[in-house]
Design a protein around this ligand. Sequence first.
Ligand SMILES: [Fe+2]
Ligand SMILES: [Fe+2]
Length: 134
Amino acid sequence: MEEGWNARYELGIEALDAEHRRLFDLIRQVETMAEGENGGSALLSALREFIEFVEFHFEAEERLMEEHDFSTAGLHRQAHRRLLEDLREFSRQVSRGPAAGARASTGDFLRKWLSEHVSHGDAMLARHLKSKGY
Ligand SMILES: [Fe+2]
Ligand SMILES: [Fe+2]
């Protein structure tokens, strides 16, 4: 199953949407490396690039939450911490020498990981920002 950016992930906040789009693009890149014959190092460096952009993106969202008095900012921040832990754990598993089956599901795992947070936590944040006239 291959599915990238999709209109249903559009939140109407340009800064967030652009970064989410980039995250979906980076997942596709990870997936290509996972499916290819590039060996583990290409996959790991694509994963690292993805994780770095996730960190950047989470920090940007957290700044927006602070600047616009988002009442559930604490919960959202916790969700980000958990998501990053899951991501790092996933990356550790891959680095231990993934079986072909695990590699094949990399893209699906990351898309599910990202789309659930975008559709729930980030959608709430976007509604709040719009209500503040952002
Ligand atoms: Fe978020
Ligand atoms: Fe986000």
